[in-house]
Ligand binder design. Structure first.
Ligand SMILES: Cc1cc2nc3c(=O)[nH]c(=O)nc-3n(C[C@H](O)[C@H](O)[C@H](O)COP(=O)(O)O)c2cc1C
Length: 235
């Protein structure tokens, strides 16, 4: 059962200081693939320290400890892929985050299949909702982790996430996030980009389309736009 957060957010709230730490949440759970497709070094590692860092050209970052098997693979090969994790993949994501490719073949252990990324020689994970293929743009050692910045050179999206009209519904993917040691799913759409200022009729129509089971009822404008024809994502 969902626990309701009570209280008025405008009222003064008490806090506990816990020192300087990395408590940013929620974080994406991504499965980073590297090595060469079909070869022995092909590997998967889980990462939560990942994010988008630039729009033009599109770039993302992943922070990777030098001790990871994936670390040198990625830097030597100059490429990797970021695969988003959904509910069906979450157990495999956990496993790929606690076992090293030095010791086990995680593809075999988790029954995962490689999927070719035509632009790159590393594989993507078949069944992952979205795979972003990247070429290493820069890397910077920060003290414990290497910040790897990848230019996104291609993106593959699972076919079932598109409506008949071609609009992408990532909210139906069952994506999973990571928050202070636990995996959680993203159950409910609470709003959309710009909803706080959307016109009443736009707000109603869009929110109705996001209701569970209303996928088809909401044959709406391209999911890349808000109700007023503007790009939906912050850029
Ligand atoms: C949820 C989760 C998130 C993780 N995030 C990161 C991360 O952002 N960076 C990192 O270096 N390791 C991270 N790890 C640890 C690596 O995934 C783990 O050490 C893995 O075994 C490395 O695999 P490899 O040696 O085959 O490359 C994470 C593990 C889990 C379970």
């Amino acid at each position: 059962m969902e626990k309701k957060i009570s209280g008025d957010p405008r009222q003064e709230t008490s806090y506990r200081s816990i020192g300087a730490t990395t408590l940013l949440a929620p974080l994406p759970v991504v499965m980073v693939t590297s090595g060469r497709q079909g070869e022995d070094n092909s590997n998967i590692m889980t990462a939560a320290w990942s994010g988008i860092v630039n729009t033009h050209p599109p770039m993302l970052s992943v922070s990777i400890k030098p001790s990871r098997f994936s670390h040198d693979l990625i830097l030597e090969q100059g490429e990797f892929a970021v695969n988003l994790t959904d509910r069906r993949l979450v157990r495999a994501a956990d496993y790929c985050g606690v076992r090293s490719g030095r010791d086990v073949n995680k593809w075999k252990e988790m029954g995962l299949r490689e999927r070719a990324i035509p632009e790159l020689s590393c594989p993507g994970i078949d069944s992952s909702p979205v795979t972003l293929g990247c070429r290493v743009h820069q890397h910077l050692f920060l003290g414990s982790h290497t910040l790897v910045i990848g230019e996104i050179v291609c993106v593959q999206v699972r076919e079932d996430l598109f409506d008949g009209d071609g609009s992408l519904h990532l909210e139906r993917a069952g994506l999973v996030c990571y928050s202070h040691g636990v995996y959680q799913d993203l159950n409910r759409v609470l709003g959309f980009f710009g909803y706080s200022v959307a016109r009443e009729e736009v707000l109603k129509k869009r929110m109705l389309a996001y209701r569970p089971g209303r996928a088809e009822a909401g044959k709406r404008k391209s999911a890349t736009q808000d109700g007023q024809g503007r790009k939906r994502n912050h850029r």
